[in-house]
Design a protein. Structure first.
Length: 228
């Protein structure tokens, strides 16, 4: 019997990686439907029928379509198709995860996403040239402020919410790992809690974490070799 759940994604997309890892960790059956962003497959008329915003990820459950990653998390959890560890039923635990997801949108995703877009994505696709050094410095400063806040407000325990990996950790780590493509690596001396937390997230979600981040690892290494 075919899976009713179809997941459209590209591992270049941070939320795509999070939802894919979550489905795998939850052992939820789904049909994997890759969408090649760099080939602009998301802009086709066919894909527009799947996601009216023409972005990834997308979730299709029979005739029901969803286009926002956090909405997908809540929908899958309500259907019992997401691990309770990743998104608990306990009211206060779930509220704490939701609190992080709301906070991270402006405090982690925004600075990391802008850095990735302007320093790697646009130049790599010929949309814009490489930013000036002073512009890069400004973006790095914004990322450092973000990681400082993460270290100060959230990492007084093993994971963001407590002693176990949750969906909050996957969202946070995916955003920070994205900027490896810009040759940004977390400074262990400046942000020791963040560095150790990233290692714990990777270890706790492997082998899926490494599989989902293979594109990031490969292309960040190639950029290093190109500079040598």
């Amino acid at each position: 019997m075919a899976n009713s759940l179809k997941f459209y994604y590209d591992f270049l997309s941070q939320p795509s990686r999070v939802l894919w890892m979550s489905l795998k960790l939850s052992k939820t059956p789904f049909e994997a439907c890759p969408v090649a962003l760099r080939k602009r497959e998301q802009l086709t008329d066919e894909y527009k029928k799947i996601n009216r915003f023409q972005k990834v990820p997308s979730l299709v459950d029979n005739d029901f379509h969803l286009s926002e990653s956090v909405a997908m998390v809540r929908y899958l959890a309500a259907k019992g198709q997401l691990s309770e560890q990743l998104y608990p039923k306990a009211l206060k635990d779930r509220a704490r995860i939701d609190e992080y997801l709301e906070w991270q949108h402006s405090n982690v995703r925004l600075p990391c996403g802008q850095y990735f877009r302007d320093a790697w994505l646009y130049p790599a696709n010929g949309i814009k040239g490489k930013p000036k050094p002073e512009e890069v410095d400004k973006m790095i400063k914004a990322v450092n402020v973000s990681l400082g806040s993460l270290e100060r407000f959230w990492l007084d325990k093993e994971f963001l919410i407590g002693s176990n990996l949750t969906i909050a950790d996957l969202f946070g780590a995916a955003e920070i790992n994205q900027i490896k493509l810009c040759q940004y690596n977390v400074n262990e001396q400046q942000f020791p809690k963040v560095a150790k937390w990233l290692d714990r997230v990777r270890e706790s979600s492997n082998p899926y974490f490494d599989e989902a981040h293979q594109f990031i690892y490969k292309n960040s290494q190639q950029a290093v070799k190109a500079k040598i």
